[in-house]
Design a binder for this molecule. Structure first.
Ligand SMILES: [Mg+2]
Length: 377
């Protein structure tokens, strides 16, 4: 099932067992929903139907290896959707929330940061007002990409404007709210460093994807230059397998890793990555631009993972009906999610909401002017 919004389609999958249990998975395959649906149809028949949901590790291995070709974004997204649904079923079958099957809770609540809150003109005044509105909802951390359509470098006018937007946001939220700076892989290393130095006075909580995701040594160059300023580097939403993280860990090229559970093979594989990151004292902050099932998966991972930092959340600011696609997901209150309490993921799908909002096949282009308004068609 596909739930559409003006800038993203969310793919939901329902996995039913012969004992009557139903597990759900969901992912946002940016600009490639049709491709994901085709993969799920092919792989579902081949690897999923007739299997035992308690065998999710072997199902993962089969989907990852037995088609021979290397697994990339689409395959890892398809695996994730199935794996998350399997955990939902397993939890229901055992009467336990998923995190209690992975070592139990190591925290009582999960900090969230707001995204999607600045669908406004790129002026300091409008960003100031939008940031005030976001913290009035209780959020203690915000993320923004102030850089417009920038790519590789910014001209001086655009750079000054971008810095002024961050200055306005810091002024709006005060010193005690985290501001995370999203660079969306826009810049070459020298530009990312130059901008990072200009942003240092506003005390950013991290710089995210300062350079494009393909070259870890270029990332290392930026992170080495920014470390003396005390600016952490976050990255990882466009790395889809553990193998793609190997060089990042070996070079210690980031401080915070951001796998997307729905593009990284699901909850178990992301948990394995978190354990690996912990050997380098790196924290994990899962990328989450998905809907409520993706968010629920993140809460279960966050509950049981010691080096978990914070959870991304869009759905308090965008397209309210996205949250209504399930019932049972905790709300962000005073900046934190409470832990899910019901068995499995602890949520129930509302298929009527999905039927009422079909896919829109939007092309969301982060390198177009005014992308931050998220009204792509
Ligand atoms: Mg990002």
């Amino acid at each position: 099932m596909v739930l559409g919004t003006p800038w993203r389609d969310l793919t939901f999958v329902k996995v039913e067992t012969d004992e009557g249990l139903v597990g759900i998975g969901e992912a946002r395959a940016i600009n490639r929903t049709g491709t994901l649906l085709a993969y799920l149809k092919e792989a579902g028949n081949r690897y999923v139907i007739g299997r035992d949901p308690f065998d999710s590790e072997q199902i993962f291995q089969d989907m990852f290896r037995k088609d021979f070709g290397r697994a990339g974004e689409i395959v890892m997204t398809g695996i994730s959707i199935i794996e998350i649904a399997c955990w939902d079923i397993v939890g229901q079958a055992l009467g336990q929330p998923v995190y209690r099957l992975m070592g139990g809770a190591v925290r009582t609540r999960i900090k969230a940061y707001a995204n999607g809150w600045y669908k406004v003109e790129r002026t300091p005044e409008e960003f100031h007002t939008a940031a005030k509105n976001a913290v009035q909802k209780g959020y203690l951390a915000l993320k923004l990409d102030p850089f417009g359509a920038g790519f590789y470098e910014l001209d001086r006018q655009e750079k000054t404007r971008s810095i002024s937007l961050v200055e306005a946001v810091r002024d709006a939220v005060g010193p005690e709210v985290d501001i995370f700076i999203e660079m969306h892989g826009r810049f070459n290393p020298v530009t990312a460093v130059e901008i990072g130095k200009d942003l240092a006075p506003f005390n950013p909580g991290w710089l995210e994807e300062p350079v494009p995701p393909e070259n870890i040594k270029a990332l290392k160059k930026a992170s080495d230059a920014l470390a003396p300023l005390g600016i952490p580097i976050a990255t990882g939403e466009r790395l889809h397998t553990s193998f793609e993280f190997r060089e990042l860990f070996e070079l210690q090229a980031a401080d915070i890793v951001q796998p997307d559970i729905t593009h990284f093979g699901g909850i178990s594989n992301t948990r394995k990555l978190a354990n690996w990151a912990e050997a380098y004292y790196m924290l994990i902050a899962p990328h989450n631009v998905g809907g409520p099932v993706s968010t629920a998966a993140g809460l279960h991972l966050g509950a049981c993972t010691p080096n978990f930092k914070i959870m991304e959340h869009f759905n308090d600011f965008d397209d309210a009906y996205v949250k209504e696609a399930v019932t049972g997901l905790p709300e962000v209150i005073d900046g934190y999610f409470s832990l899910p309490e019901k068995p499995g993921l602890g949520i129930q799908l509302n298929e009527e909401v999905i039927r009422e909002h079909p896919g829109q096949s939007a092309h969301f282009n982060l390198f177009a002017e005014d992308w931050q308004k998220r009204d792509a068609r």
